[in-house]
Design a protein around this ligand. Structure first.
Ligand code: ZN
Ligand code: FE
Ligand code: FE
Length: 290
């Protein structure tokens, strides 16, 4: 058995919450997972059910899932880059604080968020907004990592270059901020995953490889530098199976959770097949059977 930490995005359903998420992950053969604690498109949130949380913790123990590897993803609507609408911007900050508290109720220590879009603001202004947002959100937060996702540069997204991320990391005054890579986003942002070690060298020199706390594993439907952010199933995209394997098994990222966010195939979750093929380092054309 190799010891990679791999899982996928799973549901967090009303009736089963954390327990359901754990059992869905187990059904894919995962040893970690990622959830949204409610809708990924809205800020609506129900109260977390503590009994289902305890049941989830028990199931994690039973199936060998370390909660330190479990990730929450903030909903896409949060945009810390643009503060033109002050009310909205303040709402996003308080929403993020509240979401961190929800993570803590679930016993989860890591949350990924999208740095956001600048729309018609100067990039520098947008980056400073993110710095301000992170300082405000993470002030007095302990025992928790907030992870900036490396983006593809779709539309006016910021945080899609080493320079953007470096600027944010250099200018925040809180410690517990890390980075979440995404193989599709890196590719679409213009970095070649077939030279993944070169990318990691560049990242290490500018930001520090120890800041990488999670990697989203997705193939891409589009070529390098396309700035599209359309995820493909592993081995079915432009990055290709071997380059994905080399990233997942890169010694420098050992011990970090890898999370699939690939699309369903004909309404079926592909994660069991993808995790199998990644564990066996052998591509299986599972789509012929789905
Ligand atoms: Zn994301
Ligand atoms: Fe992602
Ligand atoms: Fe994406």
């Amino acid at each position: 058995m190799n010891d990679i930490i791999i899982g996928s995005h799973v549901s967090f359903l009303k009736d089963s919450e954390l327990y359901g998420s754990v059992m869905e992950s187990v059904s894919y053969g995962s040893n970690t997972f990622m959830i949204y604690t409610g809708s990924n498109q809205s800020a609506e949130r129900r109260e977390i059910n503590h009994e289902l949380t305890i049941k989830g913790w028990e199931a994690m123990k039973e199936y060998g899932i370390d909660i330190n590897n479990v990730i929450v993803h903030a909903p896409f609507i949060v945009n810390l880059a643009n503060n033109k609408d002050e009310r909205k911007y303040n709402f996003y900050i308080s929403f993020m604080k509240n979401e961190i508290n929800r993570c803590k109720e679930l016993g989860i220590h890591k949350m990924v968020f999208h740095p956001g879009s600048r729309t018609d603001l100067e990039k520098q202004v947008a980056l400073n907004n993110i710095v301000f947002g992170l300082n405000t959100i993470m002030k007095d937060v302990n025992d928790f990592d907030l992870l900036i996702e490396f983006m593809s540069g779709k539309g006016t997204e910021v945080g899609c270059t080493i320079e953007d991320i470096k600027y944010i990391m250099d200018n925040i005054n809180v410690d517990n901020v890390g980075v979440c890579l995404d193989t599709c986003h890196i590719n679409d942002a213009g970095y070649d995953i077939s030279d993944f070690n070169d990318f990691l060298d560049l990242f290490d020199k500018n930001i520090g490889i120890d800041k990488i706390k999670c990697v989203h594993v997705n193939d891409s439907l589009n070529p390098i530098g396309s700035h599209k952010d359309r995820h493909a199933n592993i081995g079915y995209g432009t990055i290709g199976f071997d380059n994905i394997i080399n990233a997942v098994y890169n010694e420098r990222l050992k011990g970090i959770p890898f999370i699939l966010e690939t699309p369903y195939v004909n309404g079926v979750a592909p994660y069991k097949y993808e995790i199998d093929s990644i564990r066996n380092k052998k591509f299986i054309d599972y789509k012929v059977n789905l």
